[in-house]
Each structure stands twice: as C-alpha cells, then as structure tokens.
Design a protein around this ligand. Sequence first.
Ligand code: HEC
Ligand code: HEC
Length: 383
Amino acid sequence: MKGRRREPDTLRTSTFLVRYSIFSCLLAVLVGCAAEEPPFRLNTEGPALEEISAAQSELIESLMGRIFGTPDEPAVPDSEVRRPEVEAGLRVDRLQSATGLYRQHCAACHGISGDGSGPTAAVQYPYPRDLRRGLYKYTSTDRGMKPFLGDGRQMGDLERIVRNGIPATAMPRFDRLADAQIDALVEYVRYLSIRGETEAWLLQEVVVGDELSIRRSMVLEDAVEPTASLWAIAQEMVLPAAAAEQHAPLSDTSEALAASIERGYEHYSGKNAQCKLCHGLEGRGDGEQTELYDEWNRPKKGATPEQTARLAGRFLLPIQELRPRDFTEGIFRGGDRPIDLYWRVYVGIKGTPMPSTGSDGALTPEQIWDVVNYIRSRSDGGP
Ligand code: HEC
Ligand code: HEC
C-alpha cells in the first residue's frame, strides 16, 4: 500500500523538477545565461591564518588576479621560466573544451583551485592531491625536487600519472585523451601549482608578516620566479632510466634471482634501510611504526585527540592517516615496472614519511635493485 501511495508523489516531484528546470532555463536566457564564473578560492587553511582581515584578503586576491587571471581566463605571469609551454597548455585547455579540460576532467576531485577538495573529494581515500603545494609523490627526480617533465626520450612524471592514473585510488587513467590534451593538462597542473605556491608565499607575507605594501613586481621576483626555477632545476635532476638500469642485476637465471631476493631481504630488514619498521617483517604493511601522515595531513594533527579535532576544523577536509603499502597486494601506485619501484626506493615517496635510501647513500644502486627484486617476489602471489 505504502509503495503505491508513493508513486504519485514521485511523479509530482519529477513534474515539478521538469517545470522548474524549464523555468530556470528561461530565466537564464532572459538574464543572458550569466552562469556565475567559479572563482579561485583563497587558501585560508592552516593554523597560522585564523584571523585574516578584509584588507589582507583583498590585497592577496587582487595581486593573485592580476598575476594569474581567473579560471575562465587563466594568465601566465611574464616572468615564468617555461612560459611558452604553460601558455600553450592554458590555451589548449581552454580551446578543446567549453569549460577547459581541467574543469571537465579533474575539478570534480581536485577542485577548481587545485585545492584537492572538489565536490567528490571528502569520501575518497586517499584524498585527491592538493596541487597548490607543488609537491608530488611519484617522481623520478631526486629528493626534494619537482617532477620531471619529459624530454622526448623519457616520459615525464606528471604525464605518466595522468596517462596511467594511480591504481587503488580514485585517480582515473586518462590515456584515451589526445597527446595535446594530456600535455595541456600537465601544464595546467603546473600552472595551479605555481599559482598555489605563490599564494602561500603571499599569505605568509601579508597575513603572518602583516605586510600591506607588497607590489606585483615583488611577488614575481620573490615567489613566482624562484618557484618556476625549481621546476627548471629539477629537469636536470632526473635519475635516468637508462643509467639506473645499468646497475640492474641481470637476474636471468633463477639462481641469480633467488640470491638477489635474499640479499634484498637483508637490506630490507637491515639497519640502514629500516623498511620493516613500517612495512613489517614480511612486507605486509604491518610494521611497528603507526600514526603515519603525509604532508597534507600532518598539519592537522595535534598532541591530543581534542587538539587534532580543533585543528582539523581549520582545513577543508578532515585528517586522514597513511598506511604503508602491503607488497603482497601487488598494487603499486607509482607504477609497477621495475624502474618505478627502483625510483620509489631510491627517492622515497615525496611528502610522506617513506624515506629516500639512494640520495643519502643508505643503499647503493645495486642494493636497491636487490630490494626491488625482494618486493616483486613478495607481490607475486597478489592479484
Ligand atoms: C575521481 C577523482 C579524481 C579525478 C577525476 C582526477 N584525480 Fe588526480 N588524483 C586523485 C587522487 C585520489 C589522487 C591521490 C592519490 C594518492 O595520493 O596516491 C590524485 C593525484 C593526482 C596527482 C598527483 C600525483 C603525484 O605524483 O603526487 C596529479 C598530478 C593528478 N592527480 C592530476 C589529475 C589530473 C590532471 C586530472 C584530470 C585529467 C585528475 N587528476 C583527475 C583523484 C582524481
Ligand atoms: C617511516 C615509514 C616507512 C619506511 C621506513 C619505509 N616506508 Fe615504504 N611506504 C611508507 C608509506 C606510508 C607508504 C605509502 C605512501 C602513500 O601511499 O602515500 C609507503 C610505500 C611504499 C611502496 C609503494 C610504492 C607504490 O608505488 O605504491 C614501496 C614499494 C615501499 N614503500 C618500499 C619501501 C622500502 C623498500 C623501504 C626501505 C628501503 C621502505 N619502503 C621504507 C612508509 C615507509
């Protein structure tokens, strides 16, 4: 009975919806379809920015608008180092889709401003990346460096992520997009990052430093240019696949491979690398070290649960803990080719407690290849 009585209700609701949408379409035509332009959202996250005055936010928003434009008309600052590429990227992004490729494919998760809190972000684990930090987890460049952008011989790190997605997370693969569209999206990500880091610098100067006399030229010189040159420097700091592979133990006989895996386990559990502290005795991600957070979540953590709850209130998304990978699942987010795993162990995972072992010499390249063989041997039983 109940079910039958509900039917007319549903019907009435949908008739109302149809009428309502016709009405709102008409209204939109009458007012010139003036759908409001989505603005970039000012980054007010973080403990230091509790009190931001109207004058301060006005100054920041006006400088940011003059340098970087709006989501509908993004602009590249004159001083940006690889300006032609970024500019071309923004142009393709705008031309190939009515709203821009980024808004079409990425903003639902990463947000219009690249803040990692688009409308669907809150239910994801892990959260979509907050691109404003300019910090990327899965790179082939050395510790502390921006990602590699590719050079014709070797694919860039961001391109690989956009093409392949990140397995076991919500980040989809976009390998069916045209090459020019993928290039444009990578440049748009870079634009949002440089923009985000510039904004963070401005917030520090204007809000924390209470400096209200900042001019556009100062922002370009002290924030945009240094950030852009970090991208340029990183292009020389890639650990080339070819050079890394020269060290790869040629484990072509099963005996040599077994010996390499055994050595790998010794390094894995040894004092220098300490992998088992987090990943556990058998690589199941169950080591004794817990309470791990990445750089996006660490600032949300206080000493007591109450402090943590209070801090989390100042961020767009609540705190999320990080779990070390269980190798037996056989899913590697930064890619599962041997060279991907080599980069992960050599460089670490940027912005996470997963340390680098190559940059500080804890392990030699040969030893890292042994560890890679060990990891792969653990994941053979996985799906
Ligand atoms: C359905 C949600 C979703 C969509 C759509 C999405 N992403 Fe992501 N993206 C994620 C998640 C989740 C992560 C973080 C995964 C992690 O931390 O392991 C991520 C991470 C990233 C990263 C960081 C990679 C690194 O090394 O740190 C980049 C860059 C990125 N996405 C770009 C894009 C671009 C460009 C698009 C659109 C073409 C896009 N994403 C669309 C969810 C999404
Ligand atoms: C302090 C804790 C910690 C230590 C020590 C540590 N890891 Fe990790 N590792 C992590 C965390 C956390 C993640 C997951 C990061 C993420 O998802 O953002 C991870 C992820 C990984 C991954 C997955 C990469 C991918 O693409 O998904 C591999 C492989 C790995 N670690 C290997 C190692 C090896 C080998 C060592 C020792 C040389 C090591 N880890 C030491 C915490 C640690």
